[in-house]
Design a protein around this ligand. Structure first.
Ligand code: HEM
Ligand code: HEM
Ligand SMILES: [Fe+2]
Length: 485
């Protein structure tokens, strides 16, 4: 980046430089995700588009795997970026951390190339080891799984050792425990068993417990740091909120896992456990909204980075609607019986991933853009009235809401026609797929997807240019206001 003369890396510490590498790859993979999402979406409208070259299954795999990887890179980048500042100590084992970055990135490239060029293999263990494992979201072959676990251990070591040698804050404590859980859970997704019920049972330990427990906590830590950095919220306040949110999140999220155990062959008591605990999952998300709005209000929205604050408040709202409201809608077994595995699920999946995690990583991109420009002004009165960040934000949100609503309508048609009226028959499936409510919704999803792409292009353009040539220093945030509450 510095070679491009775009960013000034000289004023960054070692952890921040490494964080920048992760964040750069993260932003690029976000683009890859969108591209393959658009290809998969187009195949709903033109089924033989690229048939036999890159089939829907391949596009879908790349789309969702890129999603998981770019968000993980975003989180890792964010953690490396804040690490030295939070610990008040240089990153321990930075050389190893840098090495692992290159190893991991090379592995990701190889895995994607194999997905695209080899695609499938015989039903043998060699396919699981070398080509694809076939577990949605974590399809990476076994060799890559091992590499990912090793990388996570190095990442964990960097974080834990740096906090131990430096300052061990409340955020540090939560982060270290959380990363341990995050790395440990990945192992559950590696156990292969030919029994599909057992396989799904463990697979959900990664998928559900990541996004509804450990990732939520990780993002809570990153957001806590953002609130302190951009608004000067007092540490005691953010850490107290963090503890409350973590307690509620684990309290409901762990047994909330049961909402994926309704129909996979697990005992019937999961209907009650899953229904009850997952219905409580929105509670911590409400706490997060209150937290972000309360702090913004107390500080009268005065902050050193307007785009970052915009995305932070958007994170709280998006997390609440996407995960909380859209998740709650289909989490009771009585309802899930009809909505399970329809586009209703995809509607929730899109808004939740975007609302809870994409927003957080984009907010962090802006914080990083500011620091790499030498901590310049990024509050109001930006050149051009900051139209690029505002339009990027508007187009990404409009595109995402458009996709979510379209998918919800398609999912409604499926639940109604395929499940309720036709009683889940094979014919019922096709009756729903061919119904105008379904097909028109798919068209609108695609149109909204193009809007989303425009938002992404504006975002990249803005991130590369915002703060360039700016001479005003960052707005000073008044930490003393925080003392009054
Ligand atoms: C940020 C947090 C969340 C994310 C990123 C997320 C994402 C997803 C995704 C991608 C799926 C589809 C999984 C598949 O491929 O089968 C899913 C399924 C589901 N989610 Fe969430 N979710 C979140 C939080 C929640 C919450 C809080 C609830 C409940 C209150 C919930 C309820 C459900 C249910 C019931 C399903 C199963 C849908 C089905 O039966 O097909 N989710 N979620
Ligand atoms: C240009 C925009 C996008 C388009 C056109 C698109 C399209 C698609 C398509 C066609 C699928 C497969 C659905 C199926 O199997 O029926 C899918 C799955 C998925 N996409 Fe996207 N996508 C886009 C952007 C995003 C974004 C920004 C996110 C998250 C931040 C995301 C998250 C997901 C998830 C989690 C799934 C799996 C859902 C499930 O299994 O229920 N997509 N997307
Ligand atoms: Fe879940």
């Amino acid at each position: 980046m510095s070679a491009l003369g775009v960013f000034n890396m000289a004023n960054l510490n070692g952890g921040q430089k490494l964080g920048m590498k992760y964040l750069t790859v993260s932003l690029a993979l976000f683009g890859v995700q969108i591209l393959f999402g658009l290809l998969a979406g187009l195949q709903f409208l033109v089924p033989d588009f690229l048939f036999g070259i890159v089939d829907f299954s391949v596009n879908r795999t790349v789309h969702v795997n890129a999603l998981v990887v770019w968000l993980l890179y975003g989180f890792m980048g964010g953690v490396y970026f804040m690490l030295e500042d939070e610990a008040k100590h240089p990153v321990v084992g930075l050389g190893l951390g840098n090495l692992i970055f290159w190893v991991l990135t090379a592995a990701v490239v190889v895995v994607v190339l194999v997905y695209l060029l080899v695609q499938v293999g015989p039903a043998e263990m060699s396919t699981i080891w070398l080509i694809i494992e076939g577990r949605e979201y974590i399809e990476a072959p076994r060799w890559a799984d091992i590499g990912i676990v090793v990388s996570m251990l190095v990442f964990f070591y960097n974080v834990m050792a740096t906090f131990t040698k430096g300052r061990y804050t409340g955020i540090a404590g939560v982060l270290v425990m959380d990363l341990m859980a995050l790395a440990g859970l990945y192992l559950a997704g590696m156990a292969y068993t030919p029994n599909i019920s057992m396989d799904q049972f463990w697979w959900w330990w990664v998928i559900h417990l990541w996004v509804e427990a450990t990732w939520e906590v990780l993002v809570g830590c990153i957001m806590a740091y953002m609130l302190m950095e951009t608004m000067g919220v007092r540490r005691k306040i953010v850490e107290t909120w963090l503890y409350i949110e973590v307690a509620l999140m684990f309290g409901s999220g762990i047994l909330g896992l049961g909402h994926h155990y309704f129909w996979i062959g697990t005992p019937e008591y999961w209907l009650t456990i899953g229904g009850f605990f997952s219905a409580l999952e929105p509670v911590p998300l409400v706490a997060m909204v209150v937290h972000a709005l309360f702090d913004s209000g107390v500080h009268k929205m005065k902050n050193s980075n307007h785009p970052a604050l915009g995305w932070t408040v958007g994170q709280a709202a998006g997390n609440f609607f996407g995960a909380g409201v859209f998740g709650f809608m289909h989490t009771l077994p009585q309802i899930n019986l009809y909505t399970h595995g329809t586009q209703w699920t995809a509607s929730h999946g899109h808004l939740a991933f975007f609302g809870a995690y994409t927003t957080a990583v984009i907010g962090f991109f802006y914080l990083v853009a500011q620091k790499t420009r030498g901590n310049v002004w990024m509050s109001g009165n930006l050149p051009g009235n900051g139209w690029k960040w505002k339009w990027a934000m508007a187009m990404l949100w409009i595109g995402m809401i458009g996709m979510t609503v379209s998918l919800l309508i398609a999912g409604y048609a499926q639940s109604q026609i395929e499940r309720a009226i036709e009683g889940s028959t094979w014919m019922g499936y096709f009756a729903a797929q061919g119904h105008p409510w379904f097909t028109q919704a798919m068209t609108w999803r695609q149109i909204s997807g193009y809007g989303f792409l425009i938002g992404y292009i504006l975002l990249v353009w803005d991130l590369l240019t915002i703060g360039k040539g700016e001479t005003r220093p960052a707005q000073v945030v008044d930490t003393s206001i925080a003392l009054k509450h």
